[in-house]
Design a protein around this ligand. Structure first.
Ligand code: CUA
Length: 329
């Protein structure tokens, strides 16, 4: 009985919550297509509720009304009733055709991005999202303008992830070896959670970030500053950010711990023993060469496995990394 009361209370709550532009299940709508998704979901829900109630009431009424009073009596032989059968076939058919039509229309609207949409490249990886903007700037938070449609062109470097932004009612799988797209028209400036909605390993639940919707005109200002982010930060801080963004930390520790490459702790200014027996002092020029031409000098005890970062890092980035290394003494 408690269950029934809970259900009634939940249904009542849904009605109330609707008015606040959010539903019982979902956060406030923040994209142009969210309203249609919620409306269609509610339509299907309430049709289901209507038929559930109708069927249960009729069932109980029939149980009472047609209860067998004489256990030996044979009931009337009823084979079929054509008008009734046509009715209970035609009405549900019409309802599901309408639901299909509305659903298919909504799906096509969500699946086909408008031609003038702003494009952002998305990479899913264990366990974070990277967003690459047309000018090459990379961020771990998704920044979007509020005054124009945005398309995400998404792929994965490892397993299947799923892009999920509840406030936009947008969700699409992100797969290795192919591109998938999702688009939305953000209507409300603000910050909304962005999740991975496909179980992708131990860090799946931590694969969370944010969408930051900039107000009209503010996106361009942000983009100009962001593209120049190295200049706006202290060099050591910028170096630390690059250390994470470029993936240096996969091979180089900053604690002195052993790795695929030499640790950065105490590296700057130290004397390095090379594979060919020579000794080099790790100064600015040595670090710069090691980043751009990693195969030129190999430290004794390590394999020549580092890729070049030529083209992936500019002079200000190298200077920031050197500043960060100097701070690790
Ligand atoms: Cu990525 Cu779950």
């Amino acid at each position: 009985m408690n269950l029934v009361f809970d259900l009634i209370a939940q249904l009542a709550l849904m009605g109330v919550a609707q008015t606040a532009n959010k539903t019982f299940y979902m956060p406030p709508q923040a994209s142009a297509s969210a309203a249609h998704v919620d409306w269609l979901f509610d339509l299907i829900l309430w049709i289901s509720v209507f038929f559930f109630v109708l069927i249960v009431i009729l069932m109980v009424m029939f149980i009472v009304k047609y209860r067998v009073k004489d256990p030996n009596a044979e009931g009337p032989r009823i084979y079929h009733n054509t008008p009734l059968e046509i009715t209970w076939t035609a009405i549900p058919l019409a309802i599901v055709v309408v639901i299909f039509w509305l659903g298919f229309k909504g799906y096509m609207d969500l699946a086909v991005p408008p031609a003038n949409a702003y494009e952002i490249q998305v990479t899913g990886q264990k366990w974070k999202w990277l967003f690459t903007y047309p000018n090459g700037y990379v961020d771990e938070i998704l920044h979007v303008p509020s005054d124009r449609p945005v398309t995400l062109v998404m792929t994965s470097t490892d397993v299947i992830h799923a892009m999920y932004i509840p406030a936009f009612r947008a969700k699409t799988d992100v797969m290795p070896g192919r591109y998938t797209k999702i688009w939305f028209d953000a209507t409300e400036p603000g910050t909304y959670p962005l999740f991975c909605a496909e179980y992708c390993g131990t860090g799946h639940s931590a694969m969370i970030t944010e969408v930051l919707v900039h107000g009209p005109g503010e996106f361009e200002t942000w983009m100009d500053e962001a593209a120049n982010w190295i200049a706006t930060m202290a060099p050591e801080e910028a170096g630390l950010k690059l250390y994470s963004m470029l993936g240096c930390q996969q091979c180089h520790s900053t604690t002195g711990a052993a790795g695929i490459g030499p640790t950065w702790a105490g590296l700057f200014g130290s004397e390095r023993k090379m594979k060919d027996g020579s000794t080099i002092v790790a100064d600015e020029n040595y670090i710069r060469q090691s980043i751009l031409e990693p195969q030129a000098e190999i430290v004794a005890g390590f394999d020549p496995v580092m890729p070049t970062f030529q083209g992936r890092i500019k002079d200000d980035g190298i200077a920031a990394l050197i500043a960060y290394m100097k701070s690790l003494q």
